[in-house]
Design a protein around this ligand. Structure first.
Ligand code: LFR
Length: 450
């Protein structure tokens, strides 16, 4: 995405879009990081021929990382959907109980958290070889600038960071992970460094752009661009749906732990008290399964049929771990109902409707939890990200939460990334509230009433 930004200007253009396909080989599911890097740099190079690019910043999903030795990547990074994370949970559970871990880092229990993955690497001897770990956006920053650092918002998703923002050295020792693996932390809104001349030449990038650190966790960037009013909860809706509120401090009481709520670091030291709900992954994987049966299906067609499907559908728990990476999503949904003696929905329209109703139900439950645990009344929901375009889902969300839904912007992560870069470059100034003010002046949200 190429952005142009000024005190009263905010414009985003799509420079390129390419699929991000993890690749399954005999040792598991990996990200094609070189493909992602070269696609991105080629797009930046092409854009730099049209206009001067003054800044570059990377955000991506969280938790995944590369291991390096003397500056070179040692192995192909794994996808967090690889099943080795189950072994990771076992290894961490053997060392520390979940309540103790929660009190230290405030993260909800999820198999893919970085410490679980690193524990598997340790068991396999990889940490004896590695001298550095970089989160994926940091790996890209390193490839662009030569500087090794871990950006803070993403660091909070590793499970290795204490609630005060320092690395949890005691926990690292318990897990047998060398602290020297971790390069220095860097804050969002700072300069990483100039693009290396060799990178500029190789990809043909014109000009001399600076690389900035932003909320390198996509959810941190998305929430920067969520025009939150007081009493607002956010849903960052994409592959995942992250449902939560922004708070000044983490909330780690027993009730929060029981409800499996997470605390992640945001830009400007904010905290996101929230829950991971499965998200559009449920639908994209169902679509993939149906297509594998040989039929081409348009998403708009599925959504239209689901909107017209009036018959009652049952709902499943859209936070259940069984949906992380099933081979066949519609079969997993059927299995969830069958295990509870409930008749599953049949046919694509009913299943699509059931997925959307189940997502909206999970959002409503998460929001009720937030109200109970934080004592804060939620009077509106801001949906940002790709899912904000899904008007049926927005309508169902308003219906099940009982409060108005404000949908948009769609490209929230890219906008949040851009705003934080622009502020670091001195083009914008002010607090997050000022940045959000600019977003709401430029992007008028769509309102859905309950
Ligand atoms: C969303 C997201 C979530 C994180 C999940 C896995 O894209 O970053 O915040 O929990 O992906 O990294």
């Amino acid at each position: 995405m190429v952005g142009r930004v000024g005190p009263e200007e905010l414009e985003l253009t799509e420079a390129a879009r390419f699929p991000n396909r993890p690749v399954m080989v005999n040792d598991g599911l990996h990200w094609s990081v070189l493909t992602l890097f070269s696609e991105a740099l080629e797009a930046i190079a092409a854009a730099s021929h049209e206009a001067e690019i003054s800044g570059i910043a990377v955000d991506s999903w969280a938790v995944d990382y590369g291991l390096l030795r003397q500056g070179s990547l040692l192995s192909v990074p794994y996808s967090y959907r690889d099943s080795r994370t189950e072994r990771g949970l076992e290894l961490v559970d053997a060392v520390i109980s979940q309540p103790e871990l929660y009190a230290r880092c405030g993260l909800q229990r999820m198999p893919f958290t970085t410490i679980n993955q690193l524990s598997v690497d340790r068991e396999r001897g990889m940490l004896e070889l590695a001298d550095t770990m970089l989160m994926l956006p940091d790996l890209f920053n390193y490839w662009m600038t030569g500087r090794q650092a871990i950006e803070r918002t993403n660091a909070t998703t590793t499970g290795m960071m204490r609630l005060d923002g320092s690395w949890d050295l005691e926990l690292l020792e318990m897990l047998g992970i060398e602290p020297s693996l971790l390069p220095p932390l860097i804050d969002s809104g700072t300069v990483v460094g100039p693009l290396l001349p060799g990178v500029r030449e190789h990809f043909g990038v014109h000009g001399d752009p600076q690389v900035y650190a932003v909320g390198s966790h996509d959810t941190a960037s998305a929430v920067v661009a969520a025009p939150l009013a007081s009493g607002a909860a956010f849903i960052s809706s994409g592959t995942w749906s992250l449902v939560g509120v922004e708070t000044a401090h983490p909330i780690t009481c027993a009730d929060a732990e029981r409800a499996n709520f997470t605390n992640e670091g945001g830009v400007d030291g904010r905290n996101r008290f929230m829950k991971n709900v499965m998200g559009m992954w449920l639908l994209s994987e169902s679509k993939r399964a149906w297509e594998a049966e040989g039929e081409g299906i348009e998403l708009t067609e599925l959504l239209r049929a689901a909107a017209e499907h009036d018959a009652e559908v049952p709902v499943f728990d859209a936070t259940d771990e069984i949906f992380y990476a099933p081979a066949d999503m519609p079969a997993a949904i059927r299995g969830w109902f069958a295990a509870r003696g409930i008749r599953p929905p049949e046919g694509k329209a009913a299943i699509t409707r059931c997925i959307l109703e189940s997502l909206a139900d999970a959002y409503a439950r998460a929001i009720a939890d937030i109200e109970r645990i934080s004592g804060q009344r939620i009077t509106q929901v801001n949906v940002v990200g790709g899912g904000s375009r899904n008007s049926l889902l927005c309508r169902l969300t308003a219906r099940r939460t009982g409060v108005p839904v404000y949908a948009g912007p769609v490209e929230a992560s890219a906008i949040g990334n851009l705003l934080v870069q622009a502020r670091a470059a001195g083009v914008l100034s002010g607090s997050l509230a000022d940045l959000r003010d600019l977003v709401s002046r430029v992007y008028k949200p769509q309102r859905y009433d309950p």
